[in-house]
Design a protein around this ligand. Structure first.
Ligand SMILES: C[S@@+](CC[C@H](N)C(=O)[O-])C[C@H]1O[C@@H](n2cnc3c(N)ncnc32)[C@H](O)[C@@H]1O
Length: 243
């Protein structure tokens, strides 16, 4: 049996009428993508902090390239939202402000978050950044503060690996993905930043939380993820096997 963590399925796409997941590299996908295609980009790229030694989270992001491509593939009046680490926030802010006139920081607040270090404040939120233009869509039907409060993604919502996968043997009950986002947080962002029928891109889609939120809210999704296991888990979620 193949180890599905390996990136040897590049080019495979899973398609449905609600949207697609491309097993691809985000930079390659964006480079080949026609201009002005999406109403919104809502994404959670690697934080480049090497969580638990995961090699996918050690590589420096090319934030200048991503900001340029996000602006290029977005329709005029579209919205960009990125989650980011403390180190990346300033770079994202600087690079996105080359193309977008309005930027606002955002926090996913987690009262139950872990990461207590003696002698320091308890870590309790993750940063995001919203970038848009003067004429960008925003859901005026609701009032939004620049944060959403939920518990950390845990319990039933957490996607577990397929027990039949060879590599999971002996790994106990560890979740499939260490940075799966809360569905409520992503649904709030989708509602605020897009209309029904819009197409939303997530070029770093992990377990596909953006696609699940988009489908539930009547939006289309286009997701890109180079880890095949994540791709398969995300597709199962989209098909309703796990939410
Ligand atoms: C922070 S996680 C996204 C988690 C997602 N929001 C969720 O709820 O599951 C970032 C994802 O980007 C993927 N990734 C990293 N670099 C990539 C690249 N160059 N192209 C495509 N996917 C990439 C990683 O495999 C990882 O699953």
């Amino acid at each position: 049996m193949k180890d599905l963590r390996k990136q040897d399925y590049l080019g495979v796409t899973s398609s449905s009428e609600d949207g697609d997941i491309h097993n691809n590299d985000a930079y390659l996908f964006l480079g080949n993508c026609p201009a002005h295609r999406y109403e919104a980009i809502i994404t959670d790229p690697p934080y480049a902090i090497g969580i638990a030694g995961k090699d996918w989270d050690c590589k420096e992001l090319q934030i200048d390239v991503l900001a340029y491509q996000f602006h290029r593939v977005l329709k005029p009046g579209g919205n960009v939202f990125v989650f980011c680490s403390d180190f990346q926030f300033g770079t994202w802010y600087r690079e996105l402000s080359r193309y977008f006139t309005k930027l606002r920081k955002y926090a996913w607040c987690k009262p139950d978050s872990v990461g207590y270090n003696k002698g320091m404040f308890q870590e309790s939120f993750e940063l995001g950044l919203h970038a848009c233009s003067d004429d960008s869509y925003f859901d005026m039907g609701n009032y939004y503060k620049n944060h959403t409060v939920t518990g950390k993604t845990s319990g039933k919502e957490r996607i577990m690996p397929d027990p039949d996968e060879e590599w999971t043997k002996g790994k106990g009950s560890k979740a499939l993905h260490p940075t799966q986002k809360s569905l409520k947080v992503i649904k709030d962002l989708v509602t605020a930043l897009s209309k029904e029928g819009d197409t939303i891109l997530d070029p770093f889609s992990g377990t596909g939380t953006l696609g699940v939120a988009a489908k539930q809210l009547g939006r289309k999704f286009e997701m890109v993820e180079y880890g095949f296991r994540n791709h398969i888990a995300a597709w199962d979620r989209i098909l309703g096997k796990q939410v």
